[in-house]
Ligand binder design. Structure first.
Ligand SMILES: [Zn+2]
Length: 112
């Protein structure tokens, strides 16, 4: 059984994606996993969803695009309250990640 990425010493688990160690409650449960938790923290799951969205931006319908723009702040607010966490280290990580991702993608048009 390989669980080298898991540290439960203080009830915290290290995310395999962002490598940030956070409370196990920040991980979704997954009964198929040996430790009953997902490898990625909830934040990364959320982030992955966003990246997936950007990746498929051109494929998604205009309606959905419009909806997203209209509700962008609602969505962000909602996910924040869902996680009930305001971790600077995560925010920093996410910002960096998204920035790099956008640079890599280049073509993503996200004007301010
Ligand atoms: Zn993570």
């Amino acid at each position: 059984m390989q669980q080298s990425y898991i540290t439960y010493a203080d009830n915290k688990k290290r995310c395999t994606k962002c490598h940030i160690k956070s409370d196990v409650e920040n991980f979704s449960t997954d009964s198929t996993k040996s430790d009953g938790l997902r490898c990625q923290c909830k934040f990364c799951e959320n982030l992955h969803g966003r990246i997936h969205y950007i990746d498929n931006k051109k494929k998604v319908s205009k309606v959905r695009k419009k909806y997203y723009k209209l509700h962008k702040y609602d969505i962000a607010k909602k996910s924040e309250s869902n996680h009930d966490l305001n971790r600077p280290e995560y925010n920093r990580y996410m910002r960096e990640y998204m920035r790099k991702y956008r640079q890599k993608k280049g073509a993503v048009n996200d004007k301010k």
